[in-house]
Design a protein around this ligand. Structure first.
Ligand code: COA
Length: 317
């Protein structure tokens, strides 16, 4: 049996930092409110001229180095992003060129905050059916470009960043299962109204935060059950929860659902806020590099985002 296995991880956060205190000068908010309601202390914001592909390039190089792989080895590139550099070419193609890779399939996946989980699900299919052997899977965003800096209910929540993994075919597990879902009925609860269909004026995130919060908690609870049931596993079989980093209270609710101590939950939301598709690989890379996540351990990656979209990846690291 062929599995896809993570052989290297990488990430990158732009150097420019915006703290909660900085935000106090921009909108009517406070460091205390942001920390208590979200767990966020700061976020990293791409500077002018720094695009999603710039962040993706550094994260990808870090992941390739960790895996001991070069440009010649990569035979698939999947980039999860909602904030592409251009309408086209895809950010995956722009990244491919930067990395000096030629000829392999390269495309973007757009599932907002669930993007990286979707990208892993897609790359896993390519590897398990033998179409690819060494995939670069990236989540990268400059979501700050889609914020209304006068709207305190959204601008304090998000930040920019990128994370990447190298996924290779292996006889050893590997990704055990992926579960991807969407329901477009909830478009109005979390969206950016502008686009080529509606005109490019209204390009800022609009969110009904309270309703999104409730949906996220309930839906992520369900995906935990679905994932464990599909694998015949118990909650106690999971060593690490690597959740989407949107809000510490949503993360805590999922951990409670798993009966998991917060010591086994990777939390990085305090450091970078909600980086959309970048958040899961950023958290994963952090806990791999600091030595918390060890080879052979079982990881549950999960995310929820605009669409709504939601999903999970259960894997042996
Ligand atoms: N600073 C200070 N006060 C703020 C604020 C801010 N940045 N943003 C909102 N408030 C105020 C509101 O205006 C409201 O005031 P009111 O009671 O006078 O009307 C009060 O705080 C409570 O607002 P509410 O929206 O009920 O707070 P909340 O506890 O639901 O927290 C979120 C708000 C956005 C943090 C929370 O709803 C959330 O995290 N939602 C999910 C967001 C998310 O994860 N989205 C992405 C999914 S991928």
């Amino acid at each position: 049996m062929t599995y896809s296995r993570i052989t290297g991880t990488g990430s990158y956060l732009p150097e420019n930092v915006l703290t909660n205190k900085d935000l106090e000068k921009i909108v009517d908010t406070s460091d205390q409110w942001i920390q208590e309601r979200t767990g966020i202390k700061k976020r990293h914001i791409a500077v002018d001229g720094q695009a999603t592909s710039d962040l993706a390039e550094v994260a990808s190089k870090n992941a390739m180095e960790a895996a001991g792989r070069t440009a010649d080895d990569i035979d698939l590139i999947v980039v999860a992003t909602t904030t592409p550099d251009k309408i086209f070419p895809s950010t995956a193609c722009l990244l491919q060129r930067r990395l000096g890779i030629h000829g392999c399939a390269a495309f973007d996946v757009q599932a907002v905050c669930t993007g990286f989980v979707y990208a892993m699900g897609v790359a896993d299919q390519f590897i398990r059916n033998g179409t690819a052997r060494c995939a670069l899977v990236v989540g990268a965003e400059t979501i700050s470009r889609l914020l209304d800096w006068n709207d305190r209910s959204t601008c304090v929540l998000f930040g920019d960043g990128a994370g990447a993994v190298i996924l290779e075919s292996s006889d050893e597990p590997g990704i055990l299962s992926t579960h991807l879902h969407a329901d477009g009925a909830y478009e109005d609860l979390l969206h950016v109204p502008g686009g080529l269909g509606n005109g490019l004026e209204d390009l800022a995130v609009e969110m009904r935060g309270n309703e999104v919060f409730r949906m996220a908690v309930n839906t992520l609870g369900r995906i935990v059950d679905e994932t464990l049931d599909a694998n015949g596993m118990q909650k106690s079989d999971v060593d690490w929860l690597v959740p989407h980093q949107a809000n510490i209270r949503i993360i805590q609710a999922t951990a409670r659902k798993l009966g998991m101590d917060m010591d086994h939950v990777v939390v990085t939301v305090d450091e970078h806020g909600n980086t959309s598709a970048a958040s899961v690989p950023l958290a994963l890379d952090t806990a791999v590099r600091d030595g918390r996540i060890q080879r052979g351990e079982t990881l549950l990656l999960e995310a929820f985002g605009g669409g709504f979209t939601w999903g999970s990846v259960l894997l042996k690291y």
